[in-house]
Design a protein around this ligand. Structure first.
Ligand code: BG6
Length: 495
């Protein structure tokens, strides 16, 4: 475990939802487990870092600590909870009120930070409309030197708005100071996908069009919009999940081995994949992209309302809560292999997984079962549990040659015990330690926006809204029809 060099973690939006649910609990996990150079148990040396929480409301640090007691504590998982460590963690947090509309206040911030050694990390856990004023304020106070800036999605709502944000941030910070978070890249299972592909020689020859029939990537959620109706209404599943998480997973699955594991080497390869995605047009969007919106239904045994009945959502809403699509990559390795992506809220189960369907045997020497694509299949499950499962056909015991599907299982929690890092914890540690590989570079982000632009444009011209699906199902029937055109279907695993 490396101890980070001294740093100050400046958290803008310190009383917001993201801070209380994700950022502060993740910082506490890292603190508690000694990864911040702080004390994993009472009595060890002091942390090398401090947190400066910033929000508009005037209050003293003690009042902010009380606020953390009331709002953050409940989001810390019991596996790391420790009363003493929590008090010591709070002691590393200062508070400063700041009115972003007043540039002079950034001068006060600069004076305060001048007393601290080491690198400054500015984490913008605010709405995106504040990114530009904050970056300008920081530059005016010369706080953009010796610092890193962390941005959360949504980074714009389309290519033009994301370029505008990137230009404004880029006017104050160099690209190697900018950490754009896509929390899927911090998930353990995504790291394991890199380990699977590039740490083992046996998979490489199997990772190509000659053997692979199709690839499916699913991120399904049981939850609805969780009281965020107003935000979600402006966002929808395409911007919330496809443009970022799903396309990042696709890029990692499809990328070539990078020259090294350096940040730019990895990001160069992901970018090449995003740039090789076949451009969509009206015709292919109409045929290959399905959008849905949940109606009322049930999750388990509980009845849940339709999206349009959620608080903050107008009854006439056309916002999609589900997207399924077929993407194609025009490069040497993947030409002709469809990538099916889908995501949605209020689906049958919370699951995120990547399914690699292999081709059928050249001819059915041992019967029809072997002539089905997908009889051999590699399933990489990201959540709720992490596992890799390889499906094969084996002979049933007894007379005759009857084949049956069996699987080889790798369940990570059986091999690795002890502390599991969560995605935010990993990403925040990477920011503190100056490691950029798991953050999205500007060109990648813009390539992803460029690819989804024809979908956005087509939908905005359509009067017909999304197709309805009942909450608790797997989306509208059109999502199954999309795969049925090629004689295949979505794989829904029992794990
Ligand atoms: C976020 C989306 O980026 O990812 C949310 O804004 C979504 O709408 C969440 O619920 C899903 O993340 P995870 O890690 O729970 O799969």
């Amino acid at each position: 475990m490396t101890t980070p060099s001294p740093y100050t973690f400046v958290l803008f939006g310190a009383t917001g939802d993201l801070s209380l649910r994700k950022v502060l609990p993740a910082l506490f996990r890292a603190f508690r487990t000694g990864q911040l150079g702080a004390d994993a148990d009472a009595g060890a040396g002091a942390s090398t870092g401090r947190i400066l929480a910033i929000a508009r409301k005037p209050m003293e640090a003690a009042a902010y600590h009380k606020w953390c007691e009331e709002h953050v504590r409940g989001h810390i998982k019991s596996d790391v909870w420790d009363e003493g460590a929590w008090s010591r963690f709070l002691a590393t947090i200062d508070y400063m009120p700041l009115d972003l509309g007043r540039e002079a206040e950034f001068g006060v911030l600069a004076e305060r930070l001048a007393q601290r050694q080491g690198v400054r990390i500015f984490y913008l856990a605010t709405g995106p409309s504040l990114f530009i004023p904050i970056c300008e304020g920081l530059r005016s106070a010369r706080l953009n030197e010796n610092s890193r800036i962390v941005l959360e999605k949504p980074l714009g709502h389309d290519l033009a708005s994301s370029e505008a944000i990137n230009d404004a941030v880029g006017a104050s910070f160099r690209e190697d100071q900018i950490y754009r978070i896509d929390h899927y890249l911090g998930k353990e299972a995504v790291q394991n996908l890199l380990a699977l592909r590039f740490g083992n020689a046996i998979f490489e020859p199997l990772w190509r069009r000659e053997l692979i029939d199709s690839i499916q990537i699913t991120i399904a959620e049981e939850i609805g919009v969780e009281g965020r109706g107003e935000f979600y209404e402006q966002t929808g599943a395409l911007r919330d999940m496809v443009q970022n998480h799903l396309l990042q997973l696709l890029a990692i699955v499809a990328m070539e081995p990078p020259l090294s594991m350096d940040a730019d080497a990895v990001r160069d390869e992901k970018l090449r994949v995003l740039r090789s995605l076949r451009q969509l047009d009206d015709d292919t969007v109409a045929r290959n992209v399905v959008r849905g919106q949940y109606g009322g239904g049930a999750i388990g045994k509980s009845a849940v309302p339709a999206y349009v009945d959620e608080p903050g959502v107008p009854p006439s809403s056309q916002t999609e809560t589900f997207v399924a699509l077929k993407a194609e990559i025009d490069n040497w390795r993947w030409a002709g292999v469809p990538f099916y992506l889908r995501t949605g809220k209020r689906l049958g189960e919370r699951v995120a997984e990547i399914v690699v369907n292999y081709r059928a045997t050249p001819y059915p020497l041992l019967g029809e079962a072997t002539a089905q694509a997908g009889a051999n299949r590699l399933v990489i499950r990201l959540q709720p549990n992490e596992s890799i499962r390889l499906y094969c056909l084996a002979k049933q015991p007894g007379d005759g040659m009857t084949l049956q599907t069996v699987h080889l299982d790798l369940a990570f929690d059986q091999f690795f015990k002890g502390h599991r890092m969560d995605a935010y914890e990993r990403l925040l540690l990477d920011v503190i330690n100056g490691r950029l590989a798991l953050f999205v570079r500007r060109d990648e982000q813009e390539a992803a926006w460029r690819w989804v632009a024809p979908i956005q444009a087509y939908w905005s011209r359509q009067h017909k809204g999304p197709k309805r699906y009942a909450a608790g199902t797997w989306g509208p029937p059109a999502a199954s029809a999309l795969l049925a055109q090629s004689g295949t279907s979505w794989v829904e695993e029992d794990n």
